[in-house]
Design a protein around this ligand. Structure first.
Ligand code: ZN
Ligand code: ZN
Length: 637
């Protein structure tokens, strides 16, 4: 079925009106007012008329050319095909100008790409525009390799790519993360003098960023003499996508200072999501201010990115205020808010929000269900979760995807129903991925189930043999159950494979700067003061009954040593820094790349009570809100 196409623009309407100055127009216009014409609905009439015109030798090359141009403009593929058939009958089929327009039209849709290719192959004289059109078609719709193949064919024929060819083919490299090919094209672009062109430059920046080499993106950026807003945005996005929110923000400031009108929705959303993923709220707030000054804060996409940012930075209440202020609540906004509540363990709020959404005009989609199910999983709401999971397919016709299964595995697993979780995995119609087995392995660690834990690890090793985190999880499970032989076995396995435990890192933002800490770190300028603060806190805690729990220490070492290892875990250093740097009563937000260990969890509870602070710790799994000696997760993570 054809999708409706937007009403004809003026020139087309006048042209159609011109065409329909025959009987057919009268009958057509009497049934439908002409301003509501859809192109596809009038196309058959166009063809009738063209038949009549051509039979009386009045149809010209120019006439078909402009008609096809309209088809391209309207993306009207069906009329285009009918015109194509007509042209073939008339012997115009491979006329270079008309055929180029047809290829251009077909190359817009993936379904029609084979037509475009067939036609392309039959055109005897192909100019660079024609090549570009087809390369673009493949770069947009895939297979991406075809875009690269065409590029090499073009070079073999001795044709010179231009500043359209190169961005398209670089886009294909980005999609394939084919950095080698990308580098080759980069070299070629330098050779033929296109490397500092703004289109090519932006595409190179994007290609390197997508391949994870942000340093090369920056090199390209720095080498460009002229930069427009697109180039700046590409570089900002490069930082954002690769986890350098500070780089993104600094560049944003530079961009504003250089006089380029800074804001585009894309830039704002990029930096907001970079801030969100790094818990860099100060930065996020600055961008919020920026958005507000430039009048962008009311835009749906920006609003939703703001909701997501505040939620991820621990300010769910602010997120909610923004949500409530939305004039039109779209699915993405509901999803951001539901996920926000879920992450923070506010399962009831997430459920209430979901109920409200069901009553609204927005239809829940598969992302919504991921949000609600993960909220249930974080909140341990097993029955509710099961009910929602069942209703997803029954009432909304959404087939469960891997993400939904992951939520269910972790919901069942966390509740201790490990066998049921395993059965669900084994009965899945899709192949379980590492997320699924990872969820089972964490649950096994939570409930000390070595047998299923080993099964999960076996599968995980098949899927991602080089991820040290999996071995560490099982090793921790062995350590928890006092199985030091198992710990040694894991350590040996890791050594054999040359794997290192990923380094734990926690960070906290203070006055717009992100301060990062590793375990046992003494490199921070305020290190002495931080350790002093931790010692003072330690003393006070002991009086209140805190005892170091060394169970989660990976190594088989003496208790004394274990306790000193736990005591300098990275999140403690970040919290220590937060306490000495901020005023009494202000809350702290710490982000950690791994999960919080049992002992640190207890320790932070004590700190929240002693220092009378609200401490939010966002670890790899969820958010923990520590207040008055307890945590929002209810010790369930
Ligand atoms: Zn710890
Ligand atoms: Zn917690």
């Amino acid at each position: 079925m054809l999708t409706p196409i937007k009403p004809l623009h003026c020139s087309s309407i006048s042209r159609v009106l011109l065409l329909f100055s025959f009987d057919s127009f009268c009958s057509l216009s009497s049934s439908k007012p002409n301003h509501k014409f859809k192109f596809y609905s009038v196309a058959p009439q166009i063809l009738t008329e063209t038949n009549r015109w051509s039979s009386s030798n009045r149809a010209s090359h120019g006439f078909y050319s402009s008609l096809l141009q309209d088809c391209v403009y309207q993306k009207a593929i069906k009329p285009g095909k009918q015109i194509h058939a007509r042209l073939l009958q008339m012997g115009f089929g491979y006329d270079p100008i008309l055929a180029t327009k047809l290829v251009n039209l077909y190359a817009i849709y993936c379904d029609s790409l084979p037509f475009a290719r067939k036609l392309f192959d039959k055109i005897p004289k192909r100019n660079i525009f024609l090549w570009n059109v087809l390369i673009r078609g493949y770069a947009w719709n895939g297979p991406l390799e075809e875009a690269l193949n065409l590029y090499y064919d073009l070079l073999k024929l001795g044709l010179k790519p231009d500043n359209f060819t190169l961005p398209f083919v670089l886009k294909a490299c980005s999609g394939l993360t084919a950095v080698k090919a990308g580098e080759e094209i980069h070299e070629h672009a330098i050779m033929i003098g296109w490397a500092s062109d703004i289109f090519v430059g932006a595409a190179l920046i994007d290609m390197y960023a997508k391949c994870g080499i942000v340093r090369k993106s920056r090199e390209v950026f720095d080498s460009m003499h002229k930069r427009d807003v697109v180039v700046w945005n590409s570089m900002i996005a490069a930082y954002g996508q690769n986890g350098y929110p500070l780089g993104a923000l600094n560049l944003c400031r530079e961009m504003a200072a250089s006089g380029v009108r800074m804001v585009t929705v894309a830039t704002l959303v990029t930096i907001l999501s970079a801030s969100a993923s790094h818990g860099a709220m100060g930065m996020g707030r600055e961008i919020h201010g920026h958005a507000w000054r430039h009048g962008f804060d009311g835009q749906d996409k920006v609003r939703t990115a703001l909701i997501d940012m505040y939620a991820k930075c621990g300010l769910v209440r602010v997120a909610r205020r923004l949500f409530d202020g939305l004039s039109e609540k779209r699915v993405i906004s509901w999803n951001a808010m539901i996920a926000g509540y879920g992450m923070h363990g506010h399962a009831c709020e997430a459920m209430a929000m979901f109920d409200e959404m069901k009553k609204s005009a927005a239809e829940p989609d598969h992302v919504t269900f991921v949000g609600v199910l993960s909220a249930c999983s974080h909140g341990g709401m097993i029955n509710e979760g099961q009910g929602i999971y069942d209703s997803m397919t029954r009432d909304y016709g959404i087939e469960p995807r891997v993400e939904h299964y992951t939520c269910m595995i972790s919901l069942l697993g966390h509740s201790g129903r490990l066998q049921e979780a395993t059965d669900l995995i084994l009965g899945m119609p899709v192949k379980p991925d590492s997320g699924i087995w990872g969820a089972l392995l964490s649950s096994c660690k939570l409930h000390n189930n070595v047998v299923l834990g080993e099964l999960a690890l076996e599968k995980l090793i098949e899927l991602e043999p080089d991820d040290a985190g999996n071995y560490v999880l099982l090793s921790n499970l062995y350590a928890q159950t006092g199985n030091w032989e198992g710990v040694a076995k894991m350590r040996l396995l890791m050594k054999e494979k040359g794997l290192k435990k990923s380094i734990a890192c926690s960070w906290i933002e203070f006055k717009g700067k992100v301060h990062a800490f590793l375990a046992g770190d003494i490199s921070h300028p305020k290190s002495d003061e931080i350790y002093m603060e931790l010692e003072t806190l330690g003393g006070l805690m002991k009086q209140l009954g805190y005892v170091v729990d060394t169970g989660s220490v990976f190594h088989d070492v003496e208790d004394d040593e274990k306790s000193s290892m736990v005591c300098s875990h990275s999140e403690r250093l970040a919290i220590g820094f937060g306490l000495i740097s901020t005023g009494l009563g202000s809350s702290l937000l710490v982000t950690k790349n791994l999960s919080v260990c049992n002992d640190c969890h207890t320790w932070i509870k004590f700190v929240s009570k002693i220092a009378e602070r609200e401490i939010v710790v966002r670890d790899v799994n969820r958010y923990h809100h520590f207040k008055d000696g307890s945590c929002s997760c209810g010790d369930y993570w």
